[in-house]
Write a protein that binds this ligand. Structure first.
Ligand code: 2AM
Length: 183
């Protein structure tokens, strides 16, 4: 079995911009900058033969290169508790389009539809154990955050292993949006 997700990997300069935000909330578990990514589709546990089908489905997706701007910070809540702190992405039709194509391709091979609305973000901290007022103050203080825009020309299939400290994400396959199909 493999645990998979599809995401945009981020260039080093962008990771550096985002990681400059980290810190200042007691009890927060900051995501290591090497783990930053923008998830396009979480797949979860899947058998190896299904993973091959996922790879086949993703490898025929084409699109255009686009510019991605990370900006602003926000939170997710679960059971009334702020459990994640993230950096958002500026509204971007090309990104939404790419996410739709991936969703359609994966449904076509029989994966159950993603029920959550796509909300592009890069998680920077887990905050289950942080005082909510500190997390809220952080969001207010960094609301105007902006990373330098990055050019996106590919997306990546990652595997994930749950580690003790942090998950280990491994880029398995990179899909070039503008690759020419083999004749
Ligand atoms: P998150 O950063 O908002 O937690 C790998 O776990 C990636 O898949 C993370 O970016 C995570 O988003 C995302 N993801 C989406 N749904 C998930 C789920 N049900 N379980 C674990 N990760 C999920």
């Amino acid at each position: 079995m493999l645990r998979l997700f599809v995401a945009l990997d981020l260039p080093a300069e962008c990771r550096a911009d985002v990681s400059a935000l980290a810190g200042g909330i007691p009890g927060a578990k900051w995501v290591p900058p090497d783990n930053y990514h923008l998830t396009l589709r979480f797949i979860g546990e899947i058998e190896n033969w299904r993973a091959q089908e996922v790879d086949d489905a993703l490898s025929v997706i084409r699109g255009t290169s686009f510019e991605l701007s990370l900006r602003g910070v926000g939170t997710f809540e679960k059971a009334g508790r702020i459990n994640a702190l993230w950096v958002g992405a500026e509204r971007n039709d090309a990104l939404t389009h790419l996410q739709n194509k991936i969703e359609t391709a994966l449904q076509r091979i029989g994966l159950p539809p993603e029920r959550k609305r796509f909300s592009p973000h890069v998680t920077i901290a887990r905050t289950d154990r942080a005082p909510p007022d500190k997390v809220i103050a952080f969001v207010q203080a960094h609301n105007l955050f902006r990373a330098a825009p990055v050019q996106v020309g590919c997306f990546t299939l990652f595997s994930s292993r749950l580690g003790k400290e942090a998950s280990v994400y491994t880029p398995e396959v990179e899909y070039d949006l503008m690759a020419r199909r083999a004749a």
